[in-house]
Design a protein around this ligand. Structure first.
Ligand code: AHR
Length: 528
């Protein structure tokens, strides 16, 4: 249990703040969940809770980087309010610099004295000027400030193998090569660690529109020549993991081609992961529905759309199982989340949208899907961390707002590196406008200290419900609840806590834990 959760539970118990949601409305049928503590499942990699930060809109500039001369409090140009908020959700890794931007990125533009960095263009996202002020050394400074690992997505689309190899020598060489000395001259004598290497991004689309066969040939070269020289990353347990491009939410050609090549690989290259990108685009592409101002019908359609993630993972896993029954290659859902129409009045290329209680439900349902597939899914990166798509944080000049999705990530911290505990239940259904979706979702896990945690989501936007679990040893169930007045309630600078978690206590009696779930809510409790 982290210090934060310990603190929350202690404080709530002392002040008697523990909330019991009012169940005034008609309650839907209770749901009994069976928790199989005798048959623990796989470890839930903390990298399932990863983030994605692309040079896109205000994701980096304004969101992370304000520059050392800004009046916004910062450390070496990186804004301190954002760092503090991200530390609290224990971000495991940050995928950078793209996205589509990654296949346009030339790392040499982003190192050295700021005044000498070239201004380039960002043709993918709004055609704006890329000042290159936030480059490799700023990225690692940011990671260090928030306590996260590196996930570098390298440029296969418009870069070269030699450029990528040089970048990794610059970052990871401890030997005094010319590039390592350049890094030291830029203020960083110690070699950086890179935990994950993304071998291109969406190479079937913005990353080069390559056929699967062409990509495989390119990817093999990058997988071989992009070497990590950090002396601390030479053992199998610490070695950098290479993630190839896979599934395009609907087409499995890349998965087949990459896994077949991996099965027949020679000694000089290998892979440890395959990516899946799967966005929730309610109503279909292009995103045309607004992120606020909707009702229960759009809510139900979105829940239905987001649950496709389960089918995508199942289909992708089945292909991977054919070539890799031992599950050596992990599945990384390294882009996912709600993608709404841009907020009116914003640059459409900046992919700026609001974040509501619906987004919180979407986050919870997807994280639960990833955890249920933790034997294969060992990483995910929600798109994107700040000010872009389904963000954790929205900034407005010096102000910062934590979104409902942020709060879900905060509540799920106990699941980082926890051991999955199987649960079975019939959650019933919720229907609206011809759309029927599961009404209740739940997962359970044991944290690294051995404590049992339960998460339960009430998808029904109108009716509260009750979840029960027989746990003979239980004497308390304490945690947090996240709910809101409306499905599209959101936080803003004027109302930053319109959607905020509240302390929560379940009922425990005679070895039975009862969780009263308000409509459209996410509850996480520790059972003791
Ligand atoms: O997250 C926004 C974009 O979506 C990414 O740049 C790209 O990889 C995907 O298509």
């Amino acid at each position: 249990m982290t210090k934060r959760i310990r603190g929350l539970l202690a404080c709530a118990a002392l002040t008697g703040m523990l909330a019991q949601p009012a169940l005034s409305q008609a309650t839907s049928a209770p749901v009994a969940i069976a928790i199989d503590t005798a048959h623990p499942g796989p470890k839930i990699s903390r990298d399932i809770f990863g983030q994605f930060a692309e040079h896109l809109g205000h994701g980096i500039y304004g969101g992370i980087w304000v520059g050392p001369d800004s009046t916004i409090p910062n450390v070496r140009g990186i804004r301190s309010d954002v760092v503090q908020a991200l530390r609290a959700i224990e971000v495991p890794n940050v995928r950078w610099p793209g996205g589509c931007f990654g296949d346009n990125y030339h790392w040499r533009n982003g190192i050295g004295p700021q005044a000498q960095r070239p201004a380039t263009l960002n043709p993918d996202w709004g055609g704006v000027i890329e000042p290159n002020s936030f480059g490799t050394d700023e990225y690692f400074d940011f990671l260090n400030q928030i306590g996260a690992d590196a996930f570098i997505s390298e440029n296969i689309g418009s870069g070269t193998v030699s450029e990528a190899a040089d970048w990794f020598e610059y970052m990871t060489s401890a030997q005094p090569t010319t590039l390592a000395k350049q890094r030291a001259a830029n203020g960083h004598p110690a070699a950086y660690k890179v935990k994950y290497l993304g071998l291109g991004n969406e190479s079937w689309g913005c990353g080069g529109a390559m056929s699967p066969e062409h990509y495989v040939e390119e990817m093999k070269q990058y997988a071989h020549y992009t070497r990590n020289y950090n002396p601390d990353q030479q053992k199998p347990e610490t070695a950098m993991k290479r993630i190839a491009v896979g599934w395009d939410s609907g087409n499995s050609d890349y998965t087949e081609a990459v896994m077949q090549a991996w099965k027949n690989k020679v000694w000089s290259w290998d892979l440890e992961g395959l990516s899946l990108h799967g966005y929730t685009v309610t109503g279909g592409w292009p995103p045309h529905l607004q992120s606020t101002g909707f009702g229960d019908a759009q809510y139900a359609q979105t829940v239905q759309a987001t649950l496709k993630m389960k089918d995508w993972i199942t289909k992708q896993s089945a292909i991977m199982d054919k070539y890799d029954p031992d599950k050596k290659v992990a599945l990384f859902v390294d882009e996912w989340g709600d993608w709404w129409a841009p907020t009116p009045g914003t640059n459409p290329g900046f992919l700026q949208q609001q974040n509501t209680m619906l987004d919180a439900i979407v986050a919870s349902l997807n994280l639960n899907i990833f955890m249920r597939h933790a034997d294969r899914v060992r990483g995910s990166n929600i798109a994107q961390m700040i000010n872009v798509l389904q963000a954790m944080i929205l900034t407005d000049g010096p102000k910062m707002v934590l979104t409902p999705t942020y709060h879900v990530y905060h509540m799920y911290v106990p699941f980082h590196d926890a051991t999955f505990v199987p649960v079975s239940f019939d959650g019933g259904t919720y229907s609206n406008g011809g759309v029927t979706v599961p009404r209740v979702d739940a997962v359970a896990a044991r944290d690294t200290a051995g404590h049992l945690w339960i998460e339960a989501t009430n998808v029904d936007p109108d009716k509260p419900t009750t979840v029960t679990a027989a746990i003979p040893s239980a004497h308390s169930a304490v945690g947090q609840v996240l709910t809101a007045p409306a499905v599209d309630s959101y936080n803003s600078v004027a109302h930053p806590a319109a959607v905020a978690p509240a302390p929560y206590r379940g009922r425990v009696s005679g070895g039975k834990v009862t969780l009263d779930l308000p409509p459209k809510s996410v509850v996480v409790v520790q059972v003791q």
